[in-house]
Design a protein around this ligand. Structure first.
Ligand code: HEM
Length: 408
């Protein structure tokens, strides 16, 4: 915990009772000093403070929900929990990524056409390309016997796939990656410049596709209709920015948290290598145990929820990774259990904003594990490069050393 109870209690608003007041800073993790296991911190927070809806004074003061059933309800009530303002702490000019920052009914107008680009059929057609990219990245490291997994695999794989889907030039991978790191930075200037750079690149591409359409996502986005009118140029741009923000870091961290766990479990490595048909189940259990984003909402009015008095304008964080570790829904939640009966996790959230890219994400994760386990069936954490993590609204692995014995 980060400050003394006495100092903090001065920051407790009058409508927040002491038993809902928790010293939790989303940018430091639940238990500073235990940054090496952000997920266990969230689990421990639930064990020690209970599960429900709580108020933290950090980052401008906000609520967070760490109870599965309660979050399920909140995420499906956009009339109370709005997505139009989602930053924690609040910033004066919030990004307007569509459809993420919209509420129904406007949200549906923009979500429906985008969903048609991400149907299971369209995504399945990408499997060959994803497998090829995965193998190219493994080719580059297999003989080495070790790698920094984030740099070697977790970041470039989804970026390459994304660039291919959008029709972007792959030779700009490195530059693009720098911008992504800027986008995730806590430094406001770096973040602003990354959005400007990405928007600039997208701008050029959108204009090229306007002049000469190809068979890529940008060309398809340009043909969409919003309601009964053609899509506007700025809307294509906003879609592109959202896909960029939503589809890269999430997959990268799901890969890295999964790898960090699997590297400690030779029994699972052997079991999945011997029977790859279990990999889709393993992917689901990894998604459950190691959730990544924790989106936020803003209260649209004063109301009571889960026993708490919520005031108009207050932020409420949906702590998805913690809810997937709620023992009321997932018995013995800290245990990785391939035979788990209830696999209905909410790593992709529920309600109107449920992830549009979940089929793509699952395909990327499945193909990655199929190829990795086929080629490197036995691996471990590399003590020479211990993992580092980053807490925040997106839980992240920054560095992760992995080692294996290269084939003779
Ligand atoms: C493991 C990987 C991923 C995870 C865990 C994940 C998780 C999420 C979550 C929790 C949301 C809901 C946000 C909210 O409620 O405010 C979301 C929304 C979204 N995701 Fe993903 N995502 C992943 C990968 C992807 C990919 C690969 C794409 C596409 C390229 C994508 C596209 C989107 C879009 C467009 C939305 C906004 C949907 C809306 O507002 O209606 N995601 N994602």
């Amino acid at each position: 915990m980060t400050a003394t109870a006495a100092t903090l209690s001065r920051d407790r608003p009058a409508h927040v009772p002491p038993d809902r007041f928790v010293d939790y800073d989303v940018y430091r993790g639940a238990f500073p000093g235990e940054e090496s296991d952000l997920h266990h911190g969230l689990y421990r927070l639930g064990e020690e403070h209970g599960r429900g809806i709580f108020w933290t004074p950090h980052n401008g003061g906000h609520w967070f929900i760490n109870d599965f059933e309660l979050l399920f309800e909140a995420a499906r009530k956009p009339e109370l929990f709005s997505s139009t303002e989602m930053t924690i702490p609040p910033v004066p000019e919030e990004p307007r990524l569509i459809p993420l920052f919209l509420d129904p009914p406007e949200h549906g107008l923009f979500r429906a056409p985008l969903m048609r680009q991400f149907t299971p059929g369209r995504i399945a057609a990408m499997e060959v390309g994803i497998r090829q990219f995965t193998n190219e990245l493994i080719d580059a490291i297999e003989a080495e016997g070790h790698c920094e997994f984030v740099e070697a695999m977790a970041e470039p794989l989804p970026i390459k796939i994304f660039m291919r889907i959008m029709g972007m030039p792959l030779d700009r991978l490195r530059e693009f990656r720098e911008w992504i790191l800027d986008m995730l930075s806590s430094d406001d200037d770096r973040r602003a410049s990354s959005y400007a750079n990405i928007a600039g690149l997208m701008d050029g591409l959108i204009r090229e596709r306007q002049a000469e359409p190809k068979d890529d996502l940008i060309s398809h986005l340009l043909t969409l209709e919003i309601g009964d009118r053609p899509i506007a140029y700025e809307e294509v741009q906003a879609y592109c920015l959202l896909l960029f923000a939503a589809g890269l870091d999430t997959v990268a961290n799901a890969l890295a948290f999964g790898m960090q766990f699997m590297a400690t479990r030779p029994d699972l490595q052997a079991r999945l290598s011997a029977d790859p048909s279990l990999i889709p189940e393993a992917v689901e259990e990894l998604l459950r145990k190691f959730g990544v984003p924790m989106p936020a909402r803003t209260a649209t009015c004063d109301f009571q929820f889960g026993g708490a008095d919520i005031r108009k304008g207050e932020r409420v964080m949906l702590m998805l990774p913690a809810c997937n570790l709620d023992p009321k829904t997932f018995p013995d939640p800290w245990n990785f259990d391939l035979e788990r009966k209830n696999k209905a996790h909410i790593a992709f959230n529920v309600g109107p904003h449920r992830c549009i890219g979940s089929h793509l994400a699952r395909l990327e994760l499945r193909v990655f594990w199929e190829e990795w386990l086929r080629r490197i069936p036995s691996f471990r954490l590399d003590p020479a490069r211990p993992a580092t993590y980053r807490a925040g609204l997106t839980l992240a692995v920054q560095e992760l050393g992995i080692a294996w014995d290269p084939a003779a």
